[in-house]
Design a protein around this ligand. Structure first.
Ligand SMILES: *Cc1c(COP(=O)(O)O)cnc(C)c1O
Ligand SMILES: [Zn+2]
Length: 440
């Protein structure tokens, strides 16, 4: 067995490039690229044998297979030298049963894939380990790059900075000023990246970084780069693996630039092509109502897509009006009988607060997905008894300003119905007793 992979044109041109080439789009038609695998070579191992192999590697020590991403190395970047791999043991995040919250919203079989429980606190680590490892592989094969760059709403930049720091490669990140959390700004600063804070939004940063990386000497790390998709698609495989190789009925994911929904679809499709699963789940992209270009396209019956100017939302990582992977997302949703749902600031923050009351600690993007589940369940689109997995994309601790605004009743566009504040008292036992009696 000799698995191999290459870039191929998403739109179907007969164009293919090696994975160590600096190329993001089809040179003939300009479409994005897919990483395509030699499935026949992978079929030399049976579905049962892949399952056995993946289970034996899961969360163990042998380098680099203990990483959730690199445990699936042959499906991700076959042939990469182990020495090129830059890994923080990403992946393998917990899939938690959201029992009490699920029952409260009438979805009894609800699970949350905690992708934020990762090195830099978001699912972006899954893609970035592949991209930065690929850069090291390029350097090893004699193709140097001066730096790796990305535009970001805060999580891509944190991941890029950390993996580049581990690899000893210069990182350059472009952030929209005042539109990322304090934690997200500090992460790349601490990891020594060059941080450019621009007076624009994410879409504006994206336009600049595309031009900066134009001549190929600076490598582009945004999700239009399909190498990231290869790492992120392992979330689909992990979900199925953690459900003892069974397929949920629904997977709900918050979407902005829409690379992750495409990755999810690719992961499920690859498992189906190789016989590990027999059917696809239905997929749902959840968008903030203030940044909902995909939702609008869905509502038009996939008739019309128009970029919009995204408005400020607490779900800042998905505040994107002109998603680069729009065509990819629409293709995946059509293929999986998928839907798009939206959530207002009030709906997303209320869902976060109620879910937090059951012990979770959700980021606002996860709140968008939870609100979408609630709406789909109310509408009967998600049927009673169906198994639903929500992809939680980042750790709540990165979004302290959001939590504080909610719990002090100061969150824009939202009414705090489940706010909770500290009771400030003198250090006096009687005063404490009185306060407890009033509360319990
Ligand atoms: C990047 C990100 C998203 C959106 O992912 P896309 O691939 O851009 O759709 C959602 N949530 C969080 C926390 C993110 O960092
Ligand atoms: Zn093409």
């Amino acid at each position: 067995m000799n698995p191999s992979a290459r870039f191929s044109c998403f739109a179907g041109c007969d164009e293919h490039y090696a994975l160590d080439e600096v190329v993001y789009r089809c040179r003939r038609c300009g479409a994005l690229l897919d990483v395509t695998h030699d499935l026949d070579a992978l079929r030399a191992r049976s579905a049962a044998a892949w399952i056995d192999l993946f289970d034996r590697r899961w969360m163990r020590t042998a380098w680099p297979y203990g990483s959730g991403v690199w445990g699936k190395l042959e499906w991700v970047y076959p042939g990469i030298a182990h020495d090129s791999i830059v890994s923080f043991a990403e992946g393998g995040s917990n899939l938690l049963r959201a029992d009490r919250y699920g029952r409260s919203i009438g979805v009894e079989d609800l699970w949350v894939k905690q992708c934020g429980n990762s090195h830099t606190g978001s699912f972006k680590d899954l893609g970035m380990t592949v991209l930065v490892s690929a850069v090291r592989e390029m350097v090893r094969r004699g193709r140097g790059v001066r730096a790796v760059a990305c535009a970001s709403t805060g999580d891509t930049s944190a991941a890029l900075a950390a993996y580049c720091a581990a690899a000893g490669v210069p990182a350059l990140v472009l952030l929209p000023r005042d539109k990322v959390s304090v934690a997200q700004l500090l992460q790349p600063l601490a990891n020594g990246a060059t941080v450019l804070s621009l007076d624009t939004d994410f879409d504006g940063c994206m336009r600049v970084v595309k031009q900066i990386t134009d001549d190929g000497s600076i490598y582009l790390a945004n999700s239009m780069n399909s190498l990231r998709i290869e790492g992120q698609k392992t979330v689909a495989i992990e979900i199925v693996q953690q459900l003892d190789w069974s397929v949920p009925d629904w997977v709900v994911i918050p979407g902005g630039n829409l690379g992750n929904i495409y990755a999810l679809g690719r992961g499920f499709q690859m498992m189906k092509d190789l016989g590990l699963i027999a059917r696809m789940p239905r997929l749902c992209v959840a968008q903030a109502a203030r940044a909902n270009p995909l939702y609008r396209a869905f509502k038009s019956g996939w008739d019309r897509y128009e970029p919009i100017t995204a408005q400020r939302t607490a779900a800042s990582a998905i505040q994107i009006g002109d998603p680069v992977s729009i065509d990819r997302a629409i293709r995946v949703l059509k293929a999986t009988d998928g839907v798009v749902e939206e959530a207002s600031e009030d709906e997303l923050s209320d869902a976060v607060a109620r879910a937090d009351r059951t012990g979770m600690y959700n980021c606002p993007h996860t709140g968008v997905a939870l609100a979408a589940v609630e709406k789909l369940a109310r509408a009967g689109t998600i049927e009673r008894g169906q198994r639903v997995v929500v992809v939680s994309t980042a750790h709540g601790l990165k979004f302290t300003e959001f939590k504080r605004a909610y719990h002090t009743g100061a969150l824009d566009g939202a009414t705090a119905r489940h706010d909770n504040r500290p009771i400030e008292l003198p250090a006096d036992v009687d005063a404490v007793r009185r306060a407890l009696d009033a509360r319990l």
